[in-house]
Structures are given as C-alpha cells and as structure tokens.
Design a protein around this ligand. Structure first.
Ligand code: HEC
Length: 192
C-alpha cells in the first residue's frame, strides 16, 4: 500500500518518493509539504527583491516588495489550495498583522527564531473548534543583507521617507540580524 502510494506520488507529482512517508507532513488540502511551499515563496521573493535592489536600489525595490510579495503568496495559495501569508508581530503592511493563536505561536518564535539545527523554527497546530483547520508557521529571521536597508536600525533617510509615505503605521524597523522579523503562515482553507 505504501509502495503504491509512493508510486502514485512519483507519477502524479514527479517529486521523488518522500511525501508518503509522512515526513515532512503535508498541510491539509495540499499534497506538497508546507516546507516546500514556504521555500518556493521565499526563493521567488528573494530573487525579485535582489534583482530590484540591483537595478533600483532600496528605494526602487520597495515597490517591488509591495507588489511581488502578495502576488507570489496569492499564486502559491491558488496552486496548492492553501492560504499562504507573510505575517508579523511588528507589521509593516497592516494586512500582515496577527491575531488569536498566531500571536501566541509568534511569541514563541520570537524567543527562539532558530531551532537546534540552526534552521528557522516552525510551529504547527490544529484548530480545536470549527472545521479543525491546520496551520504551519515558520520564522523569518532578520538577516544583515539585504534586510537591514529597509528593516534595520540605520535606514537611509530617503528610504525611510518612502516607507513612511507608503506605510504610515510601519512597525517593521529597528530589527537586528538574527531577531524575528516575521513568519510565513500556511493554513488549510477551512479557517479564514
Ligand atoms: C527594499 C526594501 C526591503 C528590503 C531590502 C526587505 N524588505 Fe521586507 N518589506 C518591505 C516592504 C515594503 C514590506 C511590505 C510589503 C507589503 O506591502 O506587503 C516588507 C514586508 C516584509 C514582511 C511581511 C510582514 C510585514 O511586516 O508587512 C516580512 C516578514 C519581511 N518584509 C521580511 C524581510 C526580510 C527577512 C528581508 C531580508 C531578506 C527583507 N524583508 C528585506 C521592504 C523590504
């Protein structure tokens, strides 16, 4: 049975043979593990961000970040029939604000952004009420490059001015490398 299942996954998704073993666990509604979806999100965004920084510097890249991040999240949500979001305890975009259980889980990530192996920490839970939606939350730790240009303690005045114009309630500055900047949240669509 396990072999048949593996074979099916291999044929249908062409993704190798790991999925049926249950490690890492797939998020509900999606055959693809949440880790893979989150990696895809971060890779796509990172490459757009780096390209934009190269051509337009931090100021030019702000607009790209503003448009690319929600577009990539929407595309991956659609592709995998889950809800992919970037969220934060100190949001820049008010749409990234958190509530309920996510606040609790985020504060755990803020205390330990990295796990024992030095990878971003992950929290997972299932709603006890309602439809029993499942949620997967992975830390996005602050890095020196390129993050400090727009989220750090010493942001160039012209970048700061542009951010203030676009995000009057910006809370996402003053971060040091290694601190928790936010997290990627992947939820089954039964909730929200
Ligand atoms: C060029 C400026 C710029 C750089 C560099 C940058 N960001 Fe951002 N970041 C933004 C903007 C603008 C937003 C708000 C995007 C939106 O409107 O959805 C944002 C939003 C975020 C969010 C979503 C939550 C929130 O606060 O709205 C996270 C998480 C985040 N950035 C992490 C990072 C990390 C980690 C790095 C480094 C790898 C980084 N950013 C580099 C400009 C930048």
């Amino acid at each position: 049975m396990k072999n048949l299942c593996r074979l099916l996954f291999a044929v249908v998704f062409g993704l190798g043979l790991t999925t049926c073993t249950g490690e890492p666990a797939p998020i509900a509604n999606s055959e693809i593990p949440a880790t893979k979806i989150a990696d895809a999100f971060q890779q796509r965004l990172q490459s757009e961000l780096m390209a934009a920084m190269k051509t337009g510097g931090a100021i030019g890249a702000i607009g790209v970040c503003q448009q690319a991040a929600p577009a990539i999240a929407a595309a991956l949500s659609e592709e995998h029939a889950v809800l992919v979001r970037r969220v934060s305890h100190k949001p820049r975009n008010p749409g990234a604000a958190i509530d309920g259980r996510v606040v609790q889980e985020m504060s755990i990530l803020a205390r330990t952004p990295f796990d024992g192996s030095g990878n971003p920490s992950v929290r997972e839970w299932t709603d006890k009420d309602g439809e029993g939606g499942t949620h997967w939350l992975r830390a996005i730790p602050m890095k020196k490059e390129p993050c400090t240009a727009c989220h750090g303690t010493n942001i160039a005045p012209e970048v700061q001015a542009k951010l203030a114009e676009l995000y009057p309630n910006d809370q996402a500055t003053g971060f040091k490398p290694g601190e928790l900047r936010g997290a990627i949240l992947i939820s089954s669509r039964t909730k929200r």
